[in-house]
Design a protein around this ligand. Structure first.
Ligand code: IPM
Ligand code: MG
Length: 364
């Protein structure tokens, strides 16, 4: 199910689709790509940020590939309905409680990072962000009047079960990686964080081969810049994960490079989306970087459809075009020629041919 959404969403999802179609042709698959409205364009067309038919089609699909939602047209704080509500409702309805945001730096882009090359070279982090709880969903939420003045409330509430399942998934991922989990909280101030840490200690005990450290979110923000290569799996609650993952994207050079996969219970369709937003400032100009969405499509193939060779083929193609010097504006250095969204997509499709490992035989 394709949900391009708003702003650059339209431009980047089409490139991911073309890449998926090319992969399908190479490997002999057939993919169907129904699409639907979400976010601001859905509000304009139906009054709702997540129309019922979109939600139903998503729940009936094998996987959802989303672009981005939001834009100035719908961002009036007094607006009764906002595009972001559609995305949050979709995440909640799909039950995708764990958002995986891998952060690494492609060797060709080491100079694109604002951090020194020696700091970013060996970075390989998996941020696991809790996605369906915490401040994003806690009630009460809203404006009220206190002592005759305006006030507003948000609620940070976590149930034990919500914390435990995402920690479990993080430890399982770490088992297949460098066996290190960093659990991030604000246990010195927040009750929800103290519960988080208690449960993290319990879950860690179930994974004796994985080491676990607990750090405060403010310190984590600092260490991500100071020594990013030390991290393996970082697991944290929804809002902390939102903030830390944007920060971490600078390690890879650009927000336009980072894909994500949001997973729920096994067998459920996952939600795959770039971590960046709808970038209204550059929407419609054809200059957005489609690689985060293309790499999200690769995660979809690997994690949801079990198409590992196909996913690797896409990732190798992306690496190849970057090594050849293809750059959209966000990753081009001063003086470097920036190519368009469509040209970047085309370069990746051409590189797929070169990365294609050969059609597997029927027995495989
Ligand atoms: C993200 C985005 C969203 C979020 C917005 C668009 C609601 O920032 O996916 O990181 O905060 O989750
Ligand atoms: Mg964000």
């Amino acid at each position: 199910m394709l949900l391009p959404g708003d702003g650059i969403g339209q431009e980047i999802v089409i490139e991911a689709r073309l890449v998926l179609e090319h992969v399908a042709k190479l490997f002999g698959h057939v993919f169907a790509f129904p699409d639907g409205l979400i976010g601001g364009c859905a509000i304009d067309a139906t009054g709702s940020a997540l129309p019922e038919d979109t939600l139903k089609a998503c729940l009936d699909s094998d996987a959802v590939l989303l672009g981005a939602v939001g834009g100035p047209k719908w961002s009036d704080p007094k607006a009764p309905v906002r595009p972001e509500q559609g995305l949050l409702a979709l995440r909640k309805a799909m039950g995708v409680y764990a958002n995986l945001r891998p952060v690494s730096v492609c060797s060709a882009l080491i100079d694109a990072s604002p951090l020194r090359p020696d700091r970013v070279r060996d970075v390989d982090i998996m941020i696991v962000r809790e996605l369906t709880g915490g401040l994003y969903f806690g009630q009460p939420q809203g404006q009220e009047t206190i002592d005759g003045g305006r006030a507003a409330v948000d609620t940070m509430r976590y149930k034990e079960s919500e914390i435990r399942r995402v920690l479990h998934l993080a430890f399982e991922l770490a088992e297949g990686r460098r066996k290190k989990v960093t659990s991030v909280d604000k246990a010195n101030v927040l009750a929800s964080s103290r519960l988080w840490r208690e449960i993290a200690v319990e879950v860690a005990a179930e994974f004796p081969t994985v080491s676990c450290e607990h750090i405060l979110v403010d310190a984590c923000a600092m260490y991500l810049i100071q020594r990013p290569a030390d991290f393996d799996v970082i697991v944290t609650e929804n809002m902390f994960g939102d903030i830390l993952s944007d920060e971490a994207s600078m390690i890879s050079g650009s927000l336009g490079m980072l894909p994500s996969a949001s997973l729920g219970n096994p067998g459920q369709p996952g939600l795959y989306e770039p971590i960046h937003g709808s970038a209204p400032d550059i929407a419609g100009k054809g200059i957005a970087n489609p690689l985060a969405t293309i790499l999200s499509a690769a995660m979809l193939l690997r994690l949801r459809l079990g198409l590992v060779a196909e996913a690797t083929c896409i990732e190798s193609a992306v690496e190849r075009v970057l090594a050849e010097g293809a750059r959209t504006a966000d990753i081009a250095r001063p003086g470097e020629l920036a190519i368009s969204t469509a040209d970047m997509g085309k370069r990746v499709r051409e590189a797929l041919e070169a990365s294609y490992p050969g059609r597997p035989t029927a027995q495989q």
